[in-house]
Design a protein around this ligand. Structure first.
Ligand SMILES: C[S@@+](CC[C@H](N)C(=O)[O-])C[C@H]1O[C@@H](n2cnc3c(N)ncnc32)[C@H](O)[C@@H]1O
Length: 117
């Protein structure tokens, strides 16, 4: 049984075995985001990974966007692309232990099941 802990996910990013990464915001989420008008919305993206959705939101001026991920590598990657993204909004931690209140939670392939071959 694989332990899907911080090391497991960090290693996926270090090794580049992150085949789930679309390299861009997913089309359904991009279209949903394009329909949002209130830039003050407090948004959380759990298990955000490289978080192309957060980068897109940030570029559009949704400055109250937060991401949380167990692995620090993708959070660092996000901060190199979304210049000025605040450290305290790129949270390294366990979503299931996170307390916070948000207007909106956007999920992209966070709740996945990995199959070992
Ligand atoms: C399959 S990847 C998806 C990443 C990103 N959403 C995407 O679509 O590219 C799952 C992500 O969830 C993170 N993750 C797994 N369990 C987590 C937890 N309990 N709390 C926060 N993040 C977690 C992993 O580190 C990984 O970045």
């Amino acid at each position: 049984m694989i332990d899907l802990n911080e090391d497991f996910w960090s290693n996926r990013y270090r090794e580049g075995t992150d085949a789930w990464d679309l390299g861009a915001p997913s089309t359904p989420l991009k279209e949903y985001i394009d329909g949002l008008t209130d830039k003050s919305l407090k948004i959380l993206i759990p298990g955000a990974g490289n978080s192309h959705e957060a980068e897109y939101l940030w570029a559009l001026g949704f400055t109250n966007t937060h991401v949380i991920d167990l692995a620090k590598e993708p959070l660092e990657n996000l901060k190199t692309r979304a210049i000025g993204f605040p450290d305290n909004q790129a949270i390294q931690g366990d979503f299931f232990e996170h307390t916070g209140e948000y207007d909106l939670v956007l999920e992209q392939t966070f709740f996945v099941q990995l199959v070992q071959r």
